[in-house]
Design a protein around this ligand. Sequence first.
Ligand code: HEC
Length: 145
Amino acid sequence: MRPAGPAGPGARRAEALAALAALAALCALAAGPLAGCGAGGGRSGFPPPEVQGGDPERGQRLISVYGCSSCHTIPGVQGAEGTVGPPLTAFGRRSYIAGVLQNNAPNLRRWLRDPQGVVPGNAMPNLGVTEEDARDITAYLFTLR
Ligand code: HEC
């Protein structure tokens, strides 16, 4: 390494700027599933890959139809301010469903269709959610990040 001469600080600033530019370029490249670059970058990976094969907008509407709102607080669903079950805030970032199932699309569909089969006796009833509806509701819940 060469000691920093009079041009040292300026050169270092130029280096720092170059590094920043490289970082910005990386962020632009990663703007797929790897969200989270910089402020407000959290939604650049929207919709996330888990929603593939599901219709999140339909799922959002179904949440009201099935009455999930009476028990859950769910961002983006009007009137969903229930406090019987846990809030579904940022559900797409959760590791577990009901503390027992790893949070992924197949498991979430399974939970929505048969919560009593997963955790017998818990306060979420089986609501007769169809396969297709579970898929779309799952798609919506995974958009919550
Ligand atoms: C009668 C109240 C009730 C209704 C209606 C209800 N839930 Fe639940 N839900 C619960 C309770 C209570 C739990 C917690 C179960 C547990 O942890 O064992 C839960 C858990 C969940 C979880 C896992 C939450 C977590 O933090 O791990 C999801 C996701 C969920 N419900 C989605 C839904 C959806 C979608 C609907 C509508 C189709 C719905 N729920 C309807 C009461 C309800």
